[in-house]
Design a protein around this ligand. Sequence first.
Ligand code: HXC
Length: 256
Amino acid sequence: MSYQHIRVERDGAVGLIVLDRPQALNALNSALLEELNRALDAFEHDREIGCVLLSGSDKAFAAGADIREMVGLHFPDSYLEEFFAGVDRVAARRKPVIAAVAGYALGGGFELALACDFIIAADNARFALPEITLGVLPGGGGTQRLARLVGRAKAMEMTLTGRQFDAAEAERCGVVARVVPLAELQATALDTARQIAARSRTAVLMIKECIQRCDESSLAEGLRFERRLFHAAFATADQKEGMGAFLEKRPAQFQR
Ligand code: HXC
């Protein structure tokens, strides 16, 4: 498959997607989002792939939705075409998707990172939802996902002012899983993705499905769902292998 705005590679069981529109600081236009979802579709259906790593450049993960594309957009077209719904498709993936964020993650770029399962950030990362400064509001899930991560007060302040905040603040308020020096970002993120990809695929997908439920169900329903999947895990060969390997003091070899 050929791509114009992204680069797609693989490293063993890890699928690598790199946003690649340097002339626009990886601003997300419709074509890029379409390519991104096409690449994610391919990895989703590829039995060899256990985890996906999404990254940008050292200067920008993505500086937002493409303002040049949006400036002339009118309501009927945006509504009829479900403009920017591509981010929801990223969030709905079953395999884990890690965002490795360096530099700017602004507006739709930040929202894309929030649609991934977790963010590993470089120490030069800058986050913001600056849509308010452009006369609009976040449309890629920003108000919902940010509020769930950082709470109402901080989400209100961040989205109503549009201010940028750095990686340290992002880590403090739960936006990112961890922060590493820029020079170590790719290696750390890849190592994390490799670890996940080497685990039981079934268990990995079950965990992701359980955590995705947090936002959609009551605690009681979520606990019941988790318990059912936990019981179901005992029907897998990976459970026998994982626990057997521990008792035999050897590394587990999970099924592919
Ligand atoms: C289109 C963009 C862009 C964007 C940068 N560029 N961000 N093009 N859409 N979101 C382009 C610039 O026009 C410029 O192109 C080139 O990238 C380099 O950008 P500079 O501004 O020259 O770089 P710099 O001075 O280093 O400033 C970096 C920056 C700034 C602080 C990130 O570019 C910036 O503020 N960008 C906009 C950030 C933003 O408002 N994002 C939110 C968008 S709204 P030329 O051709 O001039 O060299 C959004 C809504 C999502 O995301 C809601 C869902 C639909």
